[in-house]
Design a binder for this molecule. Structure first.
Ligand code: ADP
Ligand code: MG
Length: 261
């Protein structure tokens, strides 16, 4: 397969729910190896973008490519699907399965891998996120923070059934929402470690400033179905753009108003 310099390319990507154009002709490119933050107020469509890239929903109109391959089907209907790993806002572990079964889920499908090897891979991935000797526990026996770490360990597993010729595209949806600043810092370190370890390209969706600033090289600001601002993380910190300024300072005055959402 021809290698693309882009992990993601979109052309007029749009999605509507009824009358509302949640995403309205979005165009963006993400280079292989880049770290992008998509920011914007609640309801602006950030999760929707991630769900499209993860192959969970299809756009209403427009096109997008992942690693140079045009995507036209939902992930489950696809041959040779791209390696896209979505880390949900909540850990989304299966309650009746052990931690090992949750993390090793994708490996189990591969009949060539022995039980012992799966156990070893799972324990290595858990160790990467600072978890030891918990593989036989059930999710509800772990604290919320530990469950979150498990969901990151799951993103380190390479699914052999996917296209492994490309780097993985890692998608994180609001990874630090509702956490205190110190817990957020730990998760931000873990995001960076996970991206490095997986040697991936990443998109982090967040409205937490420290998370945006610590996990990304560039930023897209989504509002009212459109990208209103794009720039590097340094530009984002300094910009006087009205959208960026309102977002960073939590101002009620500004271009983003509840009626528009
Ligand atoms: P964000 O992640 O930025 O908070 P979302 O992507 O979750 O926003 O949602 C964007 C908008 O799309 C919201 O107004 C939401 O109510 C609407 N929406 C999302 N999913 C659906 C759906 N399956 N059916 C109808 N409306 C939806
Ligand atoms: Mg969301």
């Amino acid at each position: 397969m021809k290698k693309s310099k882009y992990a993601v390319e979109t052309k007029n990507l749009s999605i509507s729910w009824g009358e509302i154009n949640v995403l309205n002709q979005l165009n963006f490119e993400l280079y292989d190896g880049e770290k992008l933050a998509i920011v914007g107020p609640s309801g602006s469509g950030k999760s929707t973008i991630l769900k499209i890239l993860a192959g969970l929903i299809l756009p209403t109109t427009g096109e997008f490519k992942i690693f140079g391959e045009k995507q036209t089907y939902l992930r489950l209907d696809q041959n040779n699907p791209p390696d896209v790993r979505l880390v949900f806002q909540n850990p989304a572990l299966l309650g009746s399965l052990t931690i090992e079964e949750n993390v090793g889920f994708l490996l189990k499908k591969n009949k060539r891998l022995s039980k012992e090897l799966i156990h070893q891979i799972v324990c290595e991935c858990l160790a990467e996120v600072g978890l030891f000797n918990i593989e036989n526990k059930l999710p509800n026996e772990l604290s919320g923070g530990m469950q979150k770490r498990v969901s990151f360990a799951r993103a380190l597993i390479t699914d052999q059934n996917l296209n492994t010729q490309t780097k993985p595209l890692l998608l994180f949806d609001e990874p630090t929402a509702g956490l205190d600043p110190i817990a957020s810092s730990r998760i931000e370190d873990l995001i960076n470690k996970t991206i490095d370890k997986a040697n991936g390209t990443s998109i982090v969706v967040s409205h937490v400033l420290s998370t945006i600033e610590r996990t990304s090289d560039k930023v897209l600001m989504l509002y009212g179905g459109k990208f209103r601002w794009a720039g590097s993380i340094d530009e984002f910190k300094k910009s006087n753009d009205p959208y960026v300024f309102q977002f960073r300072h939590g101002k009620l005055d500004g271009p983003m108003q509840p009626k528009d959402i």
